[in-house]
Design a binder for this molecule. Sequence first.
Ligand code: 6GU
Length: 250
Amino acid sequence: MRLDAVTIFPEYLDPLNVSLVGKARTRGVLDVRVHDLREWTYDRHNTVDDTPYGGGPGMVMKTEPWGEALDQILADGYEAGAHSPALVVPTPSGRPFDQEVAVELSAAPWLIFTPARYEGIDRRVMDEYSSRIPVHEVSIGDYVLAGGEAAVLVITEAVARLLPGVLGNAESHRDDSFAPGAMADLLEGPVYTKPPSWRGRDIPEVLLSGHHGKIARWRRDEAFRRTVRNRPDLIERCDPATLDKKDRSL
Ligand code: 6GU
């Protein structure tokens, strides 16, 4: 997968060199290119923003630097053999980013992120590019960040770990909270490792029983309890057929 990101703070995206995403890059699974939007400014102050038409607080990012940046990145990418680009526009007014969107984006061959600062980008930029390529406006939660760069890190990590050959063990996705399957709509329960007793706290005995049926039942009950406590909204909107009689008694 090819990833481009255009930002006025390229160093904010340095963490893309670290850990899982960094490893995906060195393995050649991910081709990441970070660009400085100010390369496409031509005045002495490298201006990227201006006052909003109609008045109001804050500043709006200008059309011309974004248009030139995106035109050049698209042309260079096509030239290098990339195809089927899509824009990912982080914005608090976008569609909620969740595991389903992550799976959808992980199937794309080429994503171009446009994290904005200030009050956002002049609307005409997205109108222009959405007439040419898919544009996904996404929000990572119901709070306001100072800019979209942190969202780029979040989205990239969620997408990269779904790419073939990135996680060591393909099974690692299976029990993820929010993964489809038997535990769909339930959060993951608690996990334990050695030693069996620590500061007087013993691991739940069932995990030492060797009884796989009992262990599976216990894990499901713990997942259900945790979901009721932390995310009652997930229980409300789940398919009742995915709950069993024992869930209802908890
Ligand atoms: Cl994607 N950007 C900004 N600036 N704030 C956010 C967000 C994105 N998602 C939630 N809040």
